[in-house]
Design a protein around this ligand. Structure first.
Ligand SMILES: NC(=O)C1=CN([C@@H]2O[C@H](COP(=O)(O)OP(=O)(O)OC[C@H]3O[C@@H](n4cnc5c(N)ncnc54)[C@H](OP(=O)(O)O)[C@@H]3O)[C@@H](O)[C@H]2O)[C@@H](O)CC1
Ligand SMILES: [K+]
Length: 515
C-alpha cells in the first residue's frame, strides 16, 4: 500500500476528481460514512457523540459522519469551529443537510466555550474533523483552544478524521496543542505523519479506509513510498527445490567478532542459517578463533590475522576466496582498530557481491566518507544504521535524525547510491532511486542488544540466496519485525531474547505465502 505526502494525496484527489470525473462530494460522502461505520463497529449501541468540524473538507467528512450517526439513533452534538462563510463548496453541501437534521453550534470565539465543554464532558465519542491534510504550520488560537478542550476529556473515545488536528501530514511534527486520538481513520492511503514520531504517538490505531480512490496512476502521480507488506516481495519466496544441495542456497560470509563481541557474529550466523542460506562462514580475528569454535557448530570459521581485533592488512586474505561468497556482511561485533580505513577500503573495492555494512563498519564509513567511492555500484550495498550510527554518518545529533527520519535516510541513500535501512520505530528503507518502503511490523521486544546483528545476518542470508536487494531488504525487515511480534506473544515482551527471535523466525517464514 502506498504511503503518501499531503501533496501526493492532493494529486490523487485531483486525478480522481478532475481527470476521472469522480465528484468530490462522492469521495466526501464515502469518507464520512466510513467514519460513522467504523465508530458504530466499535460502539454497536448508540451513544452520545460530539463531532467538531472545521471549515475545510476535513470538516466536510465530519458533516457526513454526523448524518449517519443521527440516522443510527446516536445523540450527536454538531459543532462548526470557524465561520460559515469559509466553508468549502463540498463541505457546505453537507453542512446544510446537517442543519436540517439537528442544530449546529458555531464556535468562533470563547463565548461558547462553556457549552462546548459541557458537550465534550457528556460525550462517549468525540470526532475530530477540524483539520486534515490542509493544515499549515502551528495551530491558530481558536483551534488550539478547542484541541485543548478535547484533550481534557480522559474518558471519551477520540476519533480523528484523516489526521489528528495539529499534526503535520508529512513530518509527523506536532503543534503545541495536538489532538491525542485513540483512533485515526484515514482515507485511501496512509500518510507519512501517521508513522513518524511524534505524530505516530498521537494517532492511536490507524485505520485506512477505501473511499473509492483509484489504485493506479500515471507515472508522475505515483507515490514514492510504500508500506512494507509481503505483496512487495512475495514472488521471491519459493518452496525449496527437492534437488537442491547446500550450494543452491548461497554462501554468506559474515565478518566481525572482535574480542568481547563474539556474540554478535554468532547470533548473525545462527539467524542466517535459520533464514535459509546454504552455507555460512564467520570471519573473526585469529586470536578469537578458539573462543568462536567453542560457540558455534554449523558455521564454518575462517580467521584473518589479528589478535583481539583485525590487523589492517588482514582484509587482503579475502582475495584468496573471493568468488566463494554470494553475499558479505561486515560489522557484527567488528570493533574499531588501527588501519581500519585501509582494511574496509580493501574490502569495498574487492567484494563483487551484495554487501551489508552494519555496526562499526558504518562508523568507519562515517569517519572516512571517501571510502564510499571504492565500492563498485554494480553490486548492491545495504547500510543498516540505527539512529546513533545515522547521526554519525550525517554528522548531526540523534535527535536531529529522529525528528527527520525520512530526510535522513533519503539523504544518505542519495549521497552514497546505497540502500539505507534506518532502524527504529518505524524502520525506513530508502533506495537511491528516491523510493522508500516503511516497515511498521515490529515489537518493543526487539529493543535489545543483538537485534541489529540478527537483522544483518538475516539480510546477508537472503542476499546470499540471490534474492535481489530491492526485495531482500524489505523482506528481511518484515521477517525480523514479525519474528519480534511472534516471540513477544510466546514469551513476555520483556523477556524475549535472541533465541526466541530465532525460533519465532521459523513461524514468521511459515506464515508467508509461498509463490
Ligand atoms: N476532495 C477531496 O480532496 C477529499 C478530501 N477529503 C478530506 O479533506 C481533507 C483536506 O481538506 P482541505 O484541503 O479542505 O483541508 P482541511 O484539512 O480541511 O484544512 C483546511 C482548513 O484549515 C485551515 N487551516 C490550515 N492550517 C491551519 C492552522 N494551522 N490553524 C488553523 N486553521 C488552519 C484553513 O484555513 P485557511 O488557511 O484557508 O484560512 C482551511 O480552513 C482531507 O484531510 C480529508 O479529510 C475527503 O473528504 C476525501 C475527498
Ligand atoms: K482531523
Amino acid at each position: 500500500m502506498y504511503l503518501v505526502t499531503a501533496q501526493e494525496m492532493r494529486n490523487i484527489d485531483h486525478f480522481a476528481i478532475d481527470t476521472l470525473g469522480i465528484p468530490g462530494v462522492v469521495l466526501m460522502e464515502n469518507a464520512g460514512r466510513a467514519v460513522a461505520e467504523s465508530i458504530q463497529r466499535k460502539f454497536p449501541e448508540p451513544k452520545n457523540a460530539v463531532v467538531l468540524c472545521g471549515t475545510g473538507n476535513n470538516g466536510g467528512d465530519g458533516w457526513v459522519a454526523i448524518r449517519y450517526l443521527l440516522f443510527a439513533g446516536w445523540n450527536v452534538e454538531a459543532w462548526l469551529v470557524g465561520n460559515e462563510d469559509k466553508l468549502t463548496p463540498d463541505a457546505k453541501i453537507f453542512y446544510h443537510v446537517c442543519q436540517k437534521l439537528t442544530s449546529v453550534h458555531i464556535y468562533h470565539d470563547k463565548s461558547k466555550q462553556k457549552l462546548m465543554k459541557k458537550h465534550l464532558q457528556e460525550a462517549q465519542v468525540i470526532v475530530d474533523a477540524l483539520l486534515g491534510t490542509g493544515v499549515k504550520g502551528e495551530l491558530r488560537p481558536l483551534l488550539r483552544e478547542v484541541v485543548s478542550l478535547i484533550n481534557q476529556q480522559p474518558k471519551a473515545w477520540v476519533v480523528s478524521v484523516d489526521i489528528p488536528t495539529g499534526m503535520d501530514t508529512d513530518t509527523g511534527m506536532v503543534s503545541s496543542e495536538v489532538v491525542h486520538a485513540q483512533q485515526t481513520i484515514t482515507f485511501g492511503y496512509p500518510k507519512w505523519g501517521h508513522y513518524l514520531y511524534p505524530g505516530a504517538d498521537v494517532c492511536g490505531e490507524v485505520n485506512v479506509v477505501d473511499i473509492g480512490l483509484p489504485t493506479q496512476f500515471p507515472a508522475d502521480l505515483t507515490p514514492k513510498a510504500q508500506l512494507n507488506e509481503p505483496a512487495l516481495w512475495r514472488g521471491y519466496i519459493q518452496p525449496r527445490n527437492p534437488w537442491a544441495h547446500k550450494g543452491t542456497y548461497g554462501h554468506a560470509l559474515l565478518i566481525g567478532g572482535a574480542k568481547g563481541m563474539l556474540g554478535a557474529i554468532t547470533m548473525a550466523g545462527a539467524v542466517a542459517y535459520r533464514s535459509g542460506v546454504g552455507m555460512v562462514t564467520l570471519t573473526v580475528p585469529e586470536g578469537q578463533e578458539v573462543s568462536l569454535a567453542g560457540k558455534v557448530t554449523q558455521e564454518l570459521i575462517w580467521s584473518w590475522s589479528g589478535k583481539s581485533v583485525f590487523s589492517a592488512e588482514s582484509a587482503k586474505q579475502f582475495m584468496e576466496r573471493a568468488s566463494r561468497y554470494s553475499a558479505v556482511v561486515i560489522g557484527p561485533g567488528l570493533g574499531r582498530f588501527m588501519g581500519e580505513d585501509k582494511w574496509l577500503g580493501d574490502l569495498l573495492s574487492t567484494i563483487k557481491a551484495p554487501l551489508v555494512l552494519d555496526a562499526d563498519a558504518l562508523n568507519i564509513l562515517a569517519d572516512h566518507p571517501e571510502l564510499i567511492k571504492l565500492r563498485d555500484s554494480e553490486y548492491p550495498t545495504v547500510l543498516t544504521p540505527h539512529p546513533g550510527e545515522m547521526a554519525r554518518l550525517l554528522h548531526c545529533s540523534i535527535s536531529e535524525v529522529e525528528s527527520s527520519r525520512l530526510s535522513a535516510a533519503r539523504t544518505v541513500a542519495n549521497h552514497t547510491g546505497m540502500i539505507v535501512v534506518l532502524k527504529g520505530r518505524y524502520t525506513i528503507i530508502a533506495y537511491p532511486t528516491g523510493k522508500q518502503v516503511v516497515n511498521i511490523i515490529g515489537s518493543p521486544a526487539l529493543a535489545k542488544a543483538g537485534s541489529g546483528d540478527l537483522l544483518a545476518g538475516l539480510l546477508g542470508s537472503l542476499l546470499a540466496q540471490r534474492i535481489p536487494a530491492n526485495q531482500a531488504v524489505p523482506m528481511a525487515t518484515y521477517l525480523h519485525g514479525q519474528a519480534g511480534v511472534i516471540a513477544s506473544q510466546t514469551v513476555s515482551e520483556h523477556a524475549v531474547c535472541y533465541q526466541d527471535i530465532i525460533v519465532a523466525l521459523g513461524k514468521a517464514f511459515e506464515q508467508l505465502p509461498l509463490s
